[in-house]
Design a protein around this ligand. Structure first.
Ligand code: NAI
Length: 298
């Protein structure tokens, strides 16, 4: 089965380099028309450049169709204008890859509230802005594929990335509710946690790893997750051609009553509470409450 994107219009934020550029190039190679969004700033989010335009030129040279957009994902009105421009040019928007991102790493002790706010603003609120800007269009079309970019730092933590990790797990959370709200409009929302050698990781990856962890080896996951037959509500890890699935699980739990319904009771049962036998992956928050109700009936 050939995965193609003919007739589809995609927006890739932060596509002026790194992973986003690889996604945009591969999408256009497979028939999509792409808005290459990028503010073109430095890794910490300062400055601006014509990074998006350069990728559009690259796509055009390879025979693909793309337009550049230099807006910041942090500005909702600019995201609305970007969607309007894509619709005017190509008649719709079918795919959104929320990929734009910045870093302001520091141990939490040394992190300023501004560093925290800025990183959450770009990743989490920026993705919410772009998603909100396409949401009504995707509902009207009864077609939408949206990808959030999380990170192992968000799913599992990483020293020095409290701001980034909080934003990234927030994106997985955003996807978990949007996949429910979008389902009846054929809007599917997935989350990707990539690992790639880009300017974001150039000073932490050893040279050999940098060579193996190419953006191109992550792109197959991104493209599958925004394709016609994409799953819904998946969290996928991808790096160097290795693909994984991450789940937010829940143990069966223990019901405490009487004197045991106390901090001491929780302490005494801690091993049983955290026992992973029979662990499940709830598909909505309501399922946790349902499990509790079932325990009460036992
Ligand atoms: P990158 O720095 O090459 O790409 C990020 C792009 O976003 C840059 O081109 C930047 O100009 C753009 N951008 C930043 N602020 C923006 C804004 N306000 N509006 C529009 N564009 C903006 O880094 P990379 O590695 O390609 O990152 C892509 C995504 O993948 C990011 O969300 C990052 O957090 C995530 N990620 C990357 C990992 C890696 O190993 N490289 C690991 C986990 C997540």
């Amino acid at each position: 089965m050939n995965i193609r994107f003919d007739g589809k219009v995609a927006i890739v934020t932060g596509a002026g380099g790194g992973l986003g550029r690889a996604y945009a190039l591969e999408l256009t190679r497979r028939g999509a028309r792409v808005v290459v969004n990028d503010l073109g700033g430095s890794r910490d989010g300062t400055g601006q450049s014509d990074a998006a335009l350069k990728v559009v030129e690259e796509i055009a040279a390879a025979g693909g169709e793309a337009i550049a957009n230099g807006a910041s994902v942090t500005e909702y009105e600019q995201m609305e204008a970007m969607v309007a421009a894509a619709k005017e040019r190509w008649g719709g928007v079918h795919i959104l890859i929320n990929n734009a991102g910045v870093l302001r790493d520091r141990s939490f002790a040394n992190m300023t509230p501004d560093d925290f706010r800025f990183v959450v603003d770009v990743h989490l609120l920026g993705s919410a802005n772009a998603t909100k800007a396409v949401w009504a269009t995707m509902r009207e079309q009864a077609y939408g594929r949206i990808l959030m970019t999380a990170s192992s730092s968000g799913l599992y933590g990483n020293f020095g990335q409290a701001n980034y990790g909080a934003a990234k797990l927030g994106l997985a959370g955003l996807a978990k509710t949007l996949h429910l709200e979008g389902a009846k409009y054929n809007i599917r929302v997935n989350t990707l946690a990539p690992t790639a050698g880009t300017r974001m990781t150039e000073d932490i990856f050893p040279e050999a790893a940098f060579q193996a962890f190419t953006p191109e080896s992550v792109a197959p996951a991104a493209l599958f997750l925004v394709s016609e037959d994409a799953p819904n509500n998946a969290i996928v890890g991808a790096g160097a051609g290795v693909f994984q699935a991450a789940h937010v699980t829940l143990t069966q739990g223990v019901r405490l009553t009487g004197d045991a319904l106390s901090p001491e009771g929780v302490a005494a049962q801690w091993q049983a509470i955290t026992d992973r036998t029979g662990e499940v992956v709830p598909q909505s928050g309501g399922e946790q409450a349902m499990m509790i109700m079932r325990k009460l009936q036992q």
